[in-house]
Write a protein that binds this ligand. Structure first.
Ligand code: 6R9
Length: 635
């Protein structure tokens, strides 16, 4: 029996049991049979969640791009690796074969080397969803540089914070980017950010929109002429299994983003393994994940997982609503997509539109549908199942995180019977536990609690860049000896998991994780603002939207409220990006606080969701009169 490809439920249970009984033996077999190592490991796993320290395949040597590119050249060199579908449907799609991708990555890698980038150096990539994004990611990996992709929708301040946090000396970007009918001045945002980043010595620019931009003498260069001159082969840097592959930032409960560090060997093994099984990937498939490579989903399931399996992975530059709401389905029909992986927020937005946008296309190529990023509501699940999958395609509701590197809980198509809103069963090697508030594990079924993982898996993040104490504090301190996910979950009568949402101060808006603290920090910069608190409230399309409670300084009290609200959202756009704008702003005289001075967000959440019949335990509330007034004036 091969552990690598699960084909039915019985086999899943067998493999799962084996993976839990002997995790090291299990992952060793997978790693040995399916990957190219330059040197074998000394030990499969060393771990200690109290330090915390986790090492997979320690002592092994490899280059992940050899696994994603070189080893495919003889068997599938002329197969499409990346199928690029541009923003404008009238522009031709680009089929980049494995051979071409190999060459382009090598050229890009040589350019980076010429610019003085080497092993262990950090490179920030701020590019839209164009081939150079995937190519430059792989080029970094080729030479052992650590990539840190920053989603190209982030503001200049957010970009600067990330560049400085990881100490990058080089930034890769483009002149501009397309978003539906709009062109965005990306280079302008980079220029603005770099005013705060004195260490950045060089910026390479890909031409995309052809718009006028500034090129700073001695710092900025167009990348194409350099690529044209570069040598088309670049031997891979031989990396250790535990060398960092990339840093990817995620929000936390304080203002500073957390640079999650992923390493090489374990990440490769786990993302490839889960890609194969969760999408039941077969050689002739055309797989499409609509995420941006700026998020973990894009790293693991557009780039590394698919390419490690020799798959054809679609890279889509556009948006679901341009030129109209049929765009996704037009692309599925055009490229005969077999696996389609998207976010609940996109499904909800499309489900709201006329069904003709879906029915007019032939979606019969589809075999598996996936969702990720937030809990999917039942209505959206059924719409996806009925109208996109024609009730024939299993839906994989995949639960995982930036920190986990790969999918941890998900059905396996044609094996696990699906159940709407349930991520169902753990992947092989994943040992979930539900914990109560006192730190005790809740055994048995039909229970709910805080979701932890008891045992390491190969793609768990190893640390937070530059702040191991915070890594320990955030993930390994709440429940001793366990990784705490920050999510709540329930386990039903057959042991299926349903993720109920975050239990911390992170709000997921349209699939983007937003920490409340950085948004509040941005608002509090406004000279008229004394204090603020942000909570989420249910929103039909975005899943959650943001509701801001804002206390004005006395000097601000006389200002026009509408203008103030606009200025506040402007500040948020500048500091974080437009995704973090507040849908509702209520100016309040005070905030509900505990006697120890903590804002009682629970109460604010209830008011924002118009669910005030029972505010729960208010015995520690210091100022009930404020709550009365906030309720009276709520929006
Ligand atoms: C991959 C990704 C992680 C948080 C996670 C959880 C939520 C992700 C989910 C889901 C319910 C799913 N989440 N997938 N909630 N069902 N299938 O999204 O990573 O951006 O780090 O977000 O997203 O709350 O903790 P990331």
């Amino acid at each position: 029996m091969s552990n690598y490809h699960i084909k039915h439920l019985e086999e899943y249970f067998q493999v799962y049991r084996k993976s839990v009984r002997n995790p090291e033996g299990f992952w060793e077999e997978v790693a040995e049979e399916h990957f190219l190592w330059r040197k074998k490991w000394n030990s499969v796993l060393e771990w200690d969640f109290t330090k915390p320290e986790i090492k997979w395949f320690d002592g092994a040597q490899l280059n992940i791009t050899e696994n994603c590119l070189d080893r495919h050249l003889n068997i599938r060199g002329d197969k499409t690796a990346i199928l690029f579908e541009p923003n404008d449907p009238n522009d031709p799609a680009e089929h980049i074969t494995y051979r071409q991708l190999h060459e382009r990555v090598c050229r890009y890698a040589n350019v980076l080397k010429d610019q003085g980038v080497g092993r262990g150096d950090r490179v920030v990539i701020y590019l839209p969803m164009i081939p150079d994004l995937a190519i430059s990611v792989l080029a970094c990996a080729r030479i052992g540089a650590i990539h840190s992709v920053v989603f190209a929708g982030f503001s200049s301040t957010a970009l600067a914070t990330r560049i400085n946090d990881c100490g990058a000396k080089m930034v890769l970007t483009s002149d501009g980017s397309y978003r539906g009918s709009k062109a965005i001045d990306l280079k302008g945002i980079v220029d603005e950010a770099l005013k705060q980043c004195p260490d950045v010595k060089s910026v390479l620019v890909t031409k995309r929109t052809g718009s006028e931009i500034n090129m700073k003498e001695g710092r900025d260069q167009w990348v194409q002429p350099l690529l044209d001159k570069a040598y088309a082969d670049c031997s891979p840097e031989i990396m250790n299994s535990e060398d960092p592959l990339f840093i990817l930032y995620t929000s936390g409960s304080t203002g500073r983003p957390k640079g999650m560090v992923h390493t090489t060997g374990g990440y490769m093994v786990y993302t490839a393994y889960t890609f194969k099984n969760v999408f039941q990937y077969k050689e002739e498939d055309i797989y499409w994940c609509t995420a941006d490579i700026g998020w973990i989903t894009g790293h693991s399931y557009i780039v590394y997982g698919p390419l490690a399996n020799g798959a054809t992975t679609v890279m889509f530059e556009g948006v679901p609503s341009y030129p109209d709401f049929g765009r996704f389905w037009e692309v599925v029909q055009k490229h005969k997509v077999t696996q389609f992986y998207t976010a609940p927020t996109a499904i909800r937005a499309l489900a709201k539109e006329n069904l003709d946008f879906v029915t007019k296309y032939d979606l019969s190529s589809l075999k598996v549908l996936g969702t990720v990023g937030e809990p999917i509501n039942e209505e959206a699940w059924h719409w996806y199942n009925d109208h996109v999958g024609d009730k024939k395609c299993p839906i994989v509701d995949t639960w995982w995180q930036t920190e986990t590197g790969g999918i941890l809980i998900s059905p396996i198509p044609y094996s696990t019977p699906t159940k709407p809103t349930y991520a169902t069963l753990p992947m092989p090697g994943i040992q979930p536990a539900l914990m109560d508030e006192n730190g005790k594990e809740i055994k048995g079924n039909q229970v709910d609690g805080r979701l932890c993982i008891k045992f390491p898996w190969p793609s768990i993040a190893r640390t937070i860049w530059g702040d191991h104490a915070r890594y320990k504090d955030t993930y390994f301190s709440a429940f001793e000896g366990k990784y705490f996910t920050g999510d709540g979950a329930l386990r039903d009568e057959v042991g299926y998991y349903r993720i109920t949402g975050r239990v911390d101060d992170v709000i997921i808006v349209s699939g983007h994780n937003l920490g409340t603290a950085p948004i509040e920090d941005a608002i509090n910069e406004h000279p008229a603002v004394a204090e603020s608190a942000i909570v989420g409230f249910p929103h039909d399309i975005k899943g959650n939207a943001l509701y801001g409670y804002i206390i004005l300084k006395e000097t601000g009290e006389t200002r026009n409220r509408e203008n103030l609200a606009k200025e506040i959202n402007q500040l948020i756009t500048e500091h974080i990006g437009p995704i973090a704008k507040l849908d509702k702003i209520q100016f309040v005289p005070g905030l509900p606080k505990t006697r120890s001075g903590k804002i009682m967000r629970r109460i604010l959440r209830k008011i924002a969701s118009k669910d005030t019949s029972n505010l729960g335990d208010t015995s520690t509330l210091l100022n009930p009169e404020v709550v009365e007034q906030i309720m009276k004036e709520s929006l």
